[in-house]
Design a protein around this ligand. Sequence first.
Ligand code: HEC
Length: 221
Amino acid sequence: MFHWLEKNPFFFSVGVFLVIAFAGLIEILPNFAEASRPVVGLKPYSVLELAGKNIYMKDQCIACHSQLIRPFKAETDRYGQYSLSGEYAYDRPFLWGSKRTGPDLHRVGNYRTTDWHENHMWEPTSVVPGSIMPAYKHMFTNVADIATAYAEAVTVKNIFKTPYGDEIQPGVEAFEAHKPAILAEAQKIAAGMKNQDVKDAVKAGNVPEIVALIAYLNRLK
Ligand code: HEC
């Protein structure tokens, strides 16, 4: 029926364009709906959590973990309420993932704790016998890049109007002024950990990657 179209490059191109444009619309339009606005009560990521999210991306946790609970009984029984698009409103980029070598992590903050993550990231088999997840010991000594996370918060506030308060402003002075609040948040995480080197580092004003990562994982609810 469409043989004439295949023999006519011009109209064929127009047809391809129309099909792709239609599919694109179907994909894009729902994002303008009310349901994809930030869910009620959703707060932007704190600078510490953003730093943790960056470590999650850098160390490619997404290669084995999804962050998207599908609306199936088997999933909601295991992980809790299925994911809503409005929950990702401040995720840039979102980390849905497409591979589950390990479990979904979208609500891991509901059932895992700071000390559990500490043990698990240091040596997964110490809390989950037979775990094939790699250990991430370097995170206990590597220092998290807080300055970049802060700059990122400034950027999304300016470009995407992410609703941060006055504590997020361009400039080094603004960063220095906000730093005590970031460190205080890190202190709270470190207080729940047992590694003395990590506690000392935070006291000295350096945030080890593990602290930022746990702040991020705890936030996933
Ligand atoms: C090679 C695949 C792989 C990578 C990469 C990986 N994980 Fe895992 N992860 C697993 C597997 C398998 C499990 C299940 C066994 C376990 O709990 O250790 C798991 C479990 C977990 C759990 C426990 C979840 C639960 O519901 O009990 C957390 C939290 C976690 N991973 C975080 C991370 C983070 C953070 C990173 C990146 C720094 C990461 N994982 C990278 C494979 C991986």
